[in-house]
Design a protein around this ligand. Structure first.
Ligand code: PMP
Length: 407
């Protein structure tokens, strides 16, 4: 958008009172995002979001995952408002906590208990702690590059951390059974857990679906060596399969970490697990001032129930196929071939012959000027509010964006 005086004024004020002007993965500076992207947002409704200058966008960020049923979903917001009238952060948990744990254990195939927290990092960290408490071992096997959180041992940017923080992390290559087996063998007897995302969704590079043989091998390896298999569904949760992302492969983890979409934008995370890990989960010390707040739990109950009832993953899959087919056809016709990789519910956009992402920045920049928020290097997210009509509206605008690039 060219008309962004309020955004520009806020950026100038932020530069004085917020370190670096902004931090973390929501930074929209010119190194990170095309110049037409806003930094500050005003509101959201369904598949749309408005920046502080009142510019409307069809939103394919979906808050980087949380917006599963669309912004301000009426069912979720009604449940949250009803709970808010009674109280949110009370002097202990409300009945919603038990109800939410019952719902999750009834929904996620392997889950026999649930614990709650606030962010994805809380959930992955707690899952690792459960695995270590249960096994008495130290090492955590993870795929190289895979992001599991912002704490000292997972953060991709090591400034402010120590090498010792990473001593117990052992990396292997995603979808490479031999490298995973080798990593385990090198730490024979000391592997507490293997943590994996349901597919390879690293930023910047084409996404890669899991090889079913790899998922099965991870399960067999974890069982064989007595380690826990942790599935990090922080990003994928409720978008691929509400029963668990690998359920259709017949692979069940021991622990799953959820956050992002779990309460359609309300702050909550969950770790769910199998019965064998219940004693360890009861033993570890994890807590937080806001971890028991009732509003996000009420919102979470409404979100999970709705997602299961309407088969949210299938709705997003159908819409995602339409978007992928449309965008790839437009790119080919414009002489700028592009691919949307990964599951269509959460695709990553990439142009051929674009090592420096110049085409990706130019295209997403032009799309933003026409009211479509697409990400140049991180996977995007659809919601159930992205109907066929919204996709067609998107494609009309992206068609103009391609035309502008070719003019
Ligand atoms: N795991 C995965 C797979 C994620 O995508 C993220 C967040 N992008 C996290 C963990 C960490 O979640 P949070 O930012 O809520 O702490």
């Amino acid at each position: 958008m060219t008309n962004t005086p309020v955004d520009r004024a806020l950026r100038a004020r932020a530069a004085k009172v917020i370190p670096g002007g902004m931090y973390g993965h929501m930074t929209a500076d010119e190194r990170t995002m095309p110049p037409s992207f806003p930094q500050f947002w005003e509101r959201g409704e369904g598949a749309h979001t408005w920046d502080v200058d009142g510019n409307r966008f069809i939103d394919y960020f979906c808050a980087f995952g949380p917006m599963l049923l669309g912004h301000r979903n009426p069912v979720v917001e009604a449940a949250a408002a009803e709970q808010a009238r009674a109280g949110d952060t009370l002097s202990g948990p409300s009945a919603r906590m038990v109800e939410f744990a019952e719902l999750l254990t009834g929904t996620v195939a392997h889950a026999e208990w649930a614990m709650f927290a606030k962010n994805g990092t809380d959930a992955t960290s707690a899952a690792v702690r459960v695995a270590r408490a249960s096994t008495g071992r130290t090492k955590l096997l993870k795929a190289a590059v895979a992001y599991h959180g912002a704490n000292d041992w997972f953060t991709p940017k090591t400034v402010g951390t120590t090498p010792q923080d990473r001593l117990n992390i052992v990396e292997f290559d995603y979808n490479d059974i031999a490298s995973m087996e080798k990593a385990a063998a090198e730490h024979d007897g000391d592997v507490a857990a293997i943590i994996l995302t349901p597919f390879r969704h690293d930023a910047f590079v084409a996404q890669e679906l899991v090889d079913p043989a790899f998922a099965k091998a991870a399960r067999e390896l974890a069982t064989r060596i007595g380690a826990a298999l942790i599935l990090d569904e922080v990003r994928t949760g409720l978008r691929l399969d509400v029963r668990g992302a690998w359920e259709s492969l017949g692979v069940r983890p021991d622990l799953t970490a959820y956050s992002k979409a779990l309460a359609n934008g309300h702050a909550i995370a969950a770790v769910v697990g199998v019965d064998g890990l219940r004693p360890a989960a009861a033993d570890i010390y994890v807590t937080g001032s806001f971890w028991y707040s009732a509003v996000p739990m009420a919102a979470g109950i409404a979100t999970v129930r709705t997602a299961a009832e309407i088969d949210a993953p299938e709705l997003m899959r159908v819409a995602g196929e339409r978007l992928k087919a449309g965008l790839e056809a437009q790119g080919a016709a414009a002489g700028m071939p592009l691919r949307l990789t990964g599951p269509v519910q959460m695709p990553l956009l990439g142009f051929e012959d674009d090592p420096e992402l110049k085409k990706a920045f130019a295209f997403t920049g032009e799309a933003a000027k026409r009211g479509v928020l697409l990400h140049p290097w991180h996977n995007m997210f659809l919601s159930t509010a992205h109907t066929a009509e919204v996709i067609d509206d998107t494609l009309a605008r992206t068609g103009e964006a391609f035309a502008a690039l070719n003019s």
